[in-house]
Design a protein around this ligand. Structure first.
Ligand code: NAG
Ligand code: NAG
Length: 166
């Protein structure tokens, strides 16, 4: 009985992870950043049809940074986490935006509906007591089988440093 329940739960989770956004374990599982979509694996970043751009990589206390995902093609989902360039730890918080889910435990934000999107504008806020440099990494999903993982948002400064981290 218990094992049946467990199987049902796991199946539900697997099915729902797509329309409702990435589940919390996306933060910590082995293939971090990547959706758990069967055999499907990330497309090469060089073929990414979207632009993922952060308004800055430098922050002071409470600094807001906008991260925009957009492209000529639609996308259904995304998962983005904010990390300190200096310590590689998750850092800061996302503001609530329509149709998104936030995982504060890992400074992450994901889509909350499976609709076709042309653009997502997300607002991140630095901690009240910190300054430093941040990068945004994650996945944009075109559909269940086609997605780009481990991308890093472009930022206006120090692009070379971000490349090294990638
Ligand atoms: C969010 O989802 C609701 C319900 O599906 C929809 O009516 C609304 O237009 C969406 N808003 C945005 C900004 O996508
Ligand atoms: C997903 O997108 C890819 C690339 O555009 C396309 O080739 C594929 O047919 C799509 N799959 C589904 C199920 O829509």
């Amino acid at each position: 009985m218990i094992s049946k329940l467990l199987v049902a739960l796991v199946l539900c989770w697997g099915v729902q992870s797509f329309p409702d956004g990435a589940p919390i374990d996306t933060c910590v599982k082995e293939r971090q950043n990547q959706p758990n979509h069967g055999q499907h694996r990330t497309q090469p970043i060089s073929s990414l049809p979207y632009r993922v751009v952060a308004s800055s990589m430098l922050f002071g206390p409470n600094t807001p940074i906008t991260v925009t995902i957009e492209g000529a093609e639609t996308f259904k989902g995304f998962f983005l986490q904010a990390r300190s360039i200096d310590t590689d730890q998750w850092i800061g918080t996302w503001e609530n935006a329509p149709n998104t889910t936030i995982h504060p435990e890992c400074s992450s934000i994901t889509h909350a509906d499976p609709k076709e999107k042309l653009r997502a504008v997300l607002l991140w806020r630095a901690p009240p007591d910190a300054q430093g440099r941040v990068y945004f990494t994650g996945t944009v999903l075109k559909n269940y089988s086609t997605f780009w993982s481990n991308l890093i948002a472009e930022a206006p400064q120090d692009a070379a440093q971000l490349q090294i981290l990638g």
